[in-house]
Design a binder for this molecule. Structure first.
Ligand SMILES: Nc1ncnc2c1ncn2[C@@H]1O[C@H](COP(=O)(O)OP(=O)(O)OP(=O)(O)O)[C@@H](O)[C@H]1O
Length: 339
């Protein structure tokens, strides 16, 4: 009887969540949808806007790096997406879960079933007196998985992550890179849809970092998890297909890398840079572009058939009698006009 009531309650909760997820809404196709997210912290009477209207869509199955300088809002975004923090304004949905409207109980269920975490500090990820296999079995035991199934899943994950040989080692008997790969196994133990990794390579040398990033790729490609890596290390971009840059609490630009096979059969990686256009029509031009063309302040725009051009405004300051001349004042550049 009790279990029937519990089942009914769970079914009702699921229906309510689906009803809140309206078809046709912003990013309805995406697994993670953040719209105009704002997070304001109050600290000793001072307001800090950590997120300033952040928009972000991530599809199921993606492997994405979110990069940004210290203070850009990465940890705040991760806290929100992991259900630890609630934004001040905006909308955030992960799968069927509306993260703005979850109850405390739903938050616990969301964190246990939907997402897994890998933290920067290896000590935070693993229980020091358990072996690698036992560490991966531990969250499964909490979820009520039977012993034989736990052992099978732990072995399967350790093999998939390239550290089968570490099964019986405790953290102190493994390198930092091996510990982080076990941590990825712990995050994947109960088959969450998403793995969030916060600076997973922050404490590692380059070789170990590459191994950890390869393991995250395996988690994505072979084990089907959507993986979101948050880091200040722009080198991580080379290991993922999509890199989203955050600046001042907003997504500012994206680089999408695709492998393309040319007519001779040789594989080439093509990287395409994108900027984010928000609902008010604002775009942040990448700093390198602005520097090369000395773009600052007012820029000249022209609408073409399929795109918009942006030029530096090099119009000399008009002399007083020129300014009065309507031919000078109304001159509009054409698309062919050199900058
Ligand atoms: N609990 C808090 N109280 C007050 N201000 C905060 C709090 N947490 C973060 N901030 C401020 O919000 C802004 C964004 O911080 P956040 O930690 O999200 O950035 P970050 O990109 O993760 O930086 P880092 O890479 O250094 O961790 C910063 O100005 C930070 O000082």
């Amino acid at each position: 009887m009790t279990s029937t009531l519990t089942d009914d309650r769970a079914a009702l909760d699921s229906l309510e969540r689906r009803a809140r997820q309206r078809p046709g809404e912003y990013g309805a196709h995406a697994l993670i949808a953040c719209e105009s997210l704002v997070r304001i912290y109050q600290s000793e009477g001072i307001e800090v806007q950590a997120l300033q209207g952040l928009d972000l869509l991530i599809d199921a199955g993606e492997l994405v790096a979110i990069v940004g300088a210290s203070g850009s809002g990465k940890s705040t975004l991760l806290s929100v997406l992991s259900g630890l923090d609630v934004p001040t304004a905006g909308r955030v949905r992960v799968g069927e879960w509306d993260l703005m409207a979850m109850t405390a109980r739903e938050r616990v269920t969301y964190r246990r079933s939907m997402v897994g975490f890998v933290w920067q500090q290896t000590a935070r990820n693993l229980v020091p007196y358990l072996t690698a296999a036992e560490n991966i079995a531990f969250p499964q035991a909490l979820a009520g998985v039977r012993r034989a199934a736990r052992r099978h899943r732990s072995t399967e994950l350790l093999e998939a992550l390239g550290i089968g040989y570490c099964a019986d080692r405790r953290p102190v008997q493994m390198s930092g890179g091996e510990q982080q790969r076990v941590a990825i196994g712990v995050a994947l133990a109960n088959s969450p849809q998403i793995v969030f990794a916060d600076e997973p390579t922050g404490e590692l040398d380059t070789a170990s970092s590459d191994e950890v990033l390869d393991a995250l790729r395996a988690a994505n490609r072979d084990l089907g998890a959507t993986v979101v890596i948050v880091t200040h290390d722009s080198g991580v971009s080379e290991h993922v297909e999509r890199t989203v840059a955050i600046r001042d609490g907003r997504t500012s630009s994206e680089v999408v890398r695709r492998t393309h096979t040319d007519e001779h059969g040789a594989e080439q990686v093509v990287a395409q840079e994108y900027a984010m256009l928000d609902r008010a029509g604002r775009v942040q031009l990448p700093q390198e572009y602005r520097e090369v063309l000395e773009l600052s302040g007012r820029v000249r725009l022209a609408l073409e058939q399929s795109h918009i051009t942006v030029w530096p405004d090099r119009t000399p300051t008009a002399a007083p009698d020129e300014a009065a001349d309507p031919d000078v004042a109304e001159h509009v550049p054409t698309s062919e006009e050199p900058s």
